[in-house]
Design a protein around this ligand. Structure first.
Ligand code: NDP
Length: 464
């Protein structure tokens, strides 16, 4: 059954007004004034403020208590120098960040990103998104984010280690099991978490497993954490289709990126019976009409850490399109799993023209505002990242639970919890969208459901 037809004929394409509620305009103006030259942060705030009108109408006490203003202002931000010595003996200086955005629901929680593009704007946008995402999981998690403009690409193992140690030499005083619990993100995987945790343990003289997540299995890590964000995104897309009486089984799927989130989104889509015909990296994309050969992709990206063009050397039926965007391929489901603003209006137009039914964001804010508008107008179901990629942080919370109880769960048990959490997130978004009078609008659903959880906790705490 064609889902586009179902959406437009039976469910109606969501028709929420994307005009900002006039009562929230001064809040946005203050955010822009206080945080000049931070476009990603402004955009993230604006997108949320445009959609929380329904809940503000129902709960005027939120305005009275200035909760929107308070939620848009980080509780604490730390910027620090990270000096280290490269393999040639030269001193290098990077900048480190940690934004502790909102701790109303639990310790600040969010990843660390090591990438040259990292700056205050990116870290704040990610931290702000994280607050709502973590709230949606229903788990006791506040929101935060951090990282550095350090570029790990081309750096030796020893350089990575020295950088991580220097970074933690400042960060350790701001984090802890009950305070702030960082994890990985772009450029920070299990290897980097290992170096960071090693330095944290050395400085504090405490084996405090709950101070970082994304750890290796042998030293406090959780099963399924590595797979969780990608798996969760595939499960969320499956739930979106299921809500329309359909399934991802036998669907064609494109995935952008070929990093942690992308690889495990591909794995779960394949396990659910879908066919992933393309994936990408920053150099271009691969089209493999027979379906991505996952063991080969893992060898190229996880083991060899090579570029994606290597994949086609071993796979005669596939082609590599240097500089191309994977959204050129016709597919029924699209999962952007690479980076922010990687899917623009033009890409969205191609997806609509090619009959895409569902777009679910594995990455954080990968679709531009223009792209989202085009997808919605084209009747494509859209799952925003703060809901669709929440499986990673949810499984980090499960890692914290296991650390607190000195326990280690099986893969199947942990994955069963992940599935349950993703279904609950889908359900909360779906229900909230219905209550707001825009059935099927997961953006309104996610923003309002997340906002209410955080705002109610803050209301209970008084003005703090
Ligand atoms: P990785 O660093 O493991 O992978 C990122 C991938 O995206 C790489 O393959 C990279 O290619 C590719 N890429 C970067 N820019 C582009 C581009 N413009 N077009 C196509 N591909 C591109 O990061 P993660 O997989 O961990 O994270 C991906 C996204 O998911 C980020 O937005 C992150 O914030 C978000 N996320 C991650 C979570 C996690 O648990 N890891 C949790 C929730 C969200 P190349 O190697 O060439 O740079």
């Amino acid at each position: 059954m064609n889902i586009v037809a179902r959406v437009s004929d039976e469910i109606e394409t969501p028709q929420v007004s994307m005009e900002i509620d006039p009562r929230l305009v001064p809040v946005l103006e203050t955010v822009r004034r206080r945080n000049p030259a931070e476009p990603e942060f402004h955009e993230a705030v604006e997108r949320v403020l445009r959609t929380i009108g329904p809940v503000i109408d129902k709960r005027p006490e939120y305005l009275e208590a200035k909760l929107v203003e308070r939620i848009c202002e980080p509780e604490r931000q730390v910027i620090f120098r990270v000096p280290w010595i490269d393999d040639e003996g030269r001193v290098q200086v990077n900048r480190g960040y940690r934004v502790e955005f909102n701790g109303a629901l639990g310790p600040f929680k969010g990843g660390l990103r090591f990438d040259p593009s990292v700056n205050s704007s990116i870290v704040k946008f990610l931290g702000f998104e994280q607050v709502f995402k973590n709230a949606l999981t229903g788990l006791p998690l506040g929101g935060g984010k951090g990282g550095s403009d350090f570029d790990p690409k081309g750096r030796s193992e020893n350089e990575i280690m020295r950088f991580c140690q220097s970074f933690m030499t400042e960060l350790w005083r701001h984090i802890g099991e009950y305070t702030d619990v960082p994890a990985g993100d772009i450029g920070v995987g299990e290897r980097e978490i290992g170096y960071l945790f090693g330095q944290y343990r050395r400085i504090t003289n405490r084996y405090e497993s709950g101070a970082l997540t994304g750890k290796g299995l042998g030293w406090g890590g959780a099963r399924v954490r590595r797979e969780a964000t990608g798996y969760g995104t595939a499960y969320f897309a499956q739930e979106m289709l299921r809500a329309k009486g359909s399934s991802i089984c036998d669907r064609t799927v494109t995935v952008s990126g070929s990093g942690n989130v992308a690889i495990y989104a591909i794995e779960k889509v394949q396990q659910l019976g879908g066919t992933v015909i393309g994936c990408s990296d920053s150099g271009g994309y691969v089209h493999d009409p027979d379906g991505i050969d996952l063991p080969l992709l893992k060898q190229v990206k996880e083991v060899d850490r090579a570029r994606l063009d290597r994949y086609v050397q071993e796979r005669p039926g596939a082609r590599h399109v240097a500089g191309g965007r994977v959204w050129e391929l016709a597919a029924e489901v699209a999962l952007p799993c690479a980076t922010q603003n990687e899917l623009d209006e033009e890409d969205a137009r191609k997806l609509v023209e090619n009959g895409a039914l569902v777009v679910a964001e594995g990455a954080n804010m990968p679709c531009t505002a223009g792209a989202i508008g085009t997808l919605r107008a084209g009747g494509v179901l859209f799952g925003p990242g703060k809901a669709a990629n929440a499986g990673g942080v949810a499984t980090s919370a499960l890692e914290m639970q296991q650390n607190a109880s000195r326990d280690s769960w099986t893969f199947d048990h942990t994955e069963a919890r992940l599935v349950e959490i993703m279904r609950d997130i889908h359900h909360s978004c779906y229900e909230m969208a219905e209550q707001a009078g825009v059935p099927g609008d997961y953006i309104v659903g996610a923003n309002n459901a997340g906002f209410v959880r955080v705002a109610d906790a803050m209301l209970a705490f008084g003005v703090v």
